[in-house]
Design a protein around this ligand. Structure first.
Ligand code: ACO
Length: 447
């Protein structure tokens, strides 16, 4: 018998996106910034957001209940439930504990796992925990469910257009169509104040935008280096059919793919044969190039075709919903999976880069197997994407008003949400009220 269960990985994915969005062109006009700053400069089309009816518990309740219903599993099939989030509403009580409400009718309370937090990285840490459980002596044969969810909102100013919101729930187990390649993982962790949330009374982070970009790109370099070191033979971008990234905004992802191309160039022993025309960059050091316009332009131009093929399809959700924080990189994976015919997915290898400020980052890879469950995984996932067209567009003024309502009502008790329930998608869990002891109560809009 093998030492570990076979083909451990992702067996199903379900995405939840907000029913409301604002258009980024309209937001440019409203914010009085130059035309194209958000749409061309950041590469964003639309941004999803939640009203005061949704908080981190309700988003995760929606994601987990719909994942279970769509995939025909039972709550008693689940032995581990992990949550990754940086949207904190209680300093003690976990989101996971709120999700146990869904398990009550099944009588299954033997469910390991709890919340994990570090900016946008918590979902990946949660996934790693679930994989480790399945490969450990503690595993009892049941499934794991991983949820990553966040409400990403910024104070008025240049970071606000890079917000978003969403939740992803994934079933993790053996015999999976999306196998996480064993032993192939690179990680880089360090101490940085690039983005953090020291004010516990506010949903808004403190952001050092430029530093956050430098930290992200450096983490990418370091993870790629350690991932490649784990490969048995010398590898480069050619080893991957697709590469998906944590996506604060789409333009940074295009720069990131170019950055991997730059790493390959630096690592190459045959620069003159493999990269003609880039000779002038032969002696550069990666650490000096984070904001070097000449290097950035040369490698973005050279990697444009690779970006179009391997990464652009992964930006569908990110461009239309925005940065969802922890679910963001899984939005990249989901967007790629629905972008090509299912029979062409078999045998594809996908590189994954997950980054959370502060900072924590990892790179790993997924191999798609010819598993009978693959078509169902993609079909179920497409239901989440259908919702993109059923959302309601609101004006930037309304969006700003809703964010002000969220800010004023955060931690208020007692509180009854004032926004309109009719805007929610059917089947959405929502916050019905908070009592004087700050206890939160939830209801579900009928499907
Ligand atoms: N047309 C086309 N492009 C434009 C225009 C225009 N009218 N105006 C500006 N641009 C370009 C700029 O040249 C710039 O391009 P570059 O990135 O190639 O340099 C880009 O648009 C952004 O413009 P900036 O002036 O650099 O933007 P600003 O500094 O105001 O804000 C930032 C950008 C820092 C990303 C801000 O939105 C932010 O702080 N966001 C949150 C932090 C973040 O997302 N960090 C990333 C990793 S950490 C994480 O995931 C949270």
């Amino acid at each position: 018998m093998d030492r570990w269960p076979k083909d451990v990985g992702i067996r199903a994915i379900h995405f939840v996106i907000p029913s409301l969005y604002v258009d980024q062109t309209e937001l440019e006009r409203y914010d009085q910034v130059s035309e194209g700053k958000y749409t061309v400069g950041l590469g964003q089309k639309q941004m999803g957001f939640c009203t005061d009816l949704e908080d981190i518990n309700s988003l995760c309740l929606t994601a987990v209940s719909q994942l279970v219903e769509n995939n025909g599993i039972s709550y008693s099939d689940i032995g581990r439930l992990e949550v990754g989030t940086e949207t904190i509403i209680d300093k003690s009580k976990s989101v996971k504990s709120a999700l146990m409400k869904l398990f009550e009718p099944s009588g299954n309370f033997w469910v390991e796992g709890i919340d994990t937090t570090n900016a946008c990285y918590g979902g990946t840490a949660a996934l790693f925990n679930a994989l480790a459980w399945i490969e450990s002596s503690a595993w009892d044969g049941r499934l794991a469910v991983v949820v990553a969810a966040d409400i990403a909102v910024y104070a008025k100013g240049n970071a606000r257009p890079t917000g978003g919101a969403g939740a992803v729930a994934m079933i993790v187990g053996p015999d999976a169509p999306l196998v996480i390649e064993r032993g192939l993982r690179g990680t880089y962790m360090n101490h940085a104040y690039d983005f953090f949330k020291p004010d516990l009374t506010s949903e808004y982070p403190v952001v050092d935008g430029k530093l956050s970009i430098q930290c992200y790109l450096n983490a990418l370099d370091q993870c790629y280096k350690s991932y490649l070191n784990k490969c048995e033979t010398k590898q480069n971008l050619n080893a991957f059919d697709s590469f998906v990234f944590h996506t604060p905004y789409c333009k940074l992802v295009q720069k990131s793919l170019a950055r991997l191309y730059l790493n390959d160039f630096v690592n190459s022993d045959k620069k003159y044969e493999e990269y003609p025309g880039l000779e002038q960059f032969t002696n550069i050091a990666l650490a000096d190039t984070y904001f070097d316009r000449d290097v950035e332009k040369a490698f973005m131009d050279r990697s444009k075709d690779t970006f179009e093929r391997k990464t652009k399809p992964s930006l569908l959700l990110a461009s239309r919903v925005g940065n969802m924080y922890t679910p963001s990189v899984y939005g990249g994976l989901a967007s790629y999976l629905v972008s090509i015919p299912v029979d062409e997915l078999v045998s594809k290898k996908i590189g994954v880069f997950s980054y959370g400020s502060g900072l924590a980052s990892s790179m790993y890879s997924i191999k798609i197997t010819n598993n009978v469950a693959l078509p169902a995984l993609v079909e179920n996932l497409k239901k989440s994407f259908d919702k993109l067209e059923r959302r309601i567009q609101v004006t930037p003024a309304k969006f700003t008003e809703v964010l002000d309502i969220r800010q004023k009502s955060l931690h208020q008790a007692p509180y009854v949400p004032i926004c309109d329930k009719s805007d929610l998608f059917p089947g959405t869990w929502y916050l019905s009220n908070i009592d004087e002891m700050h206890r939160r109560y939830y209801e579900r809009k009928e499907s």
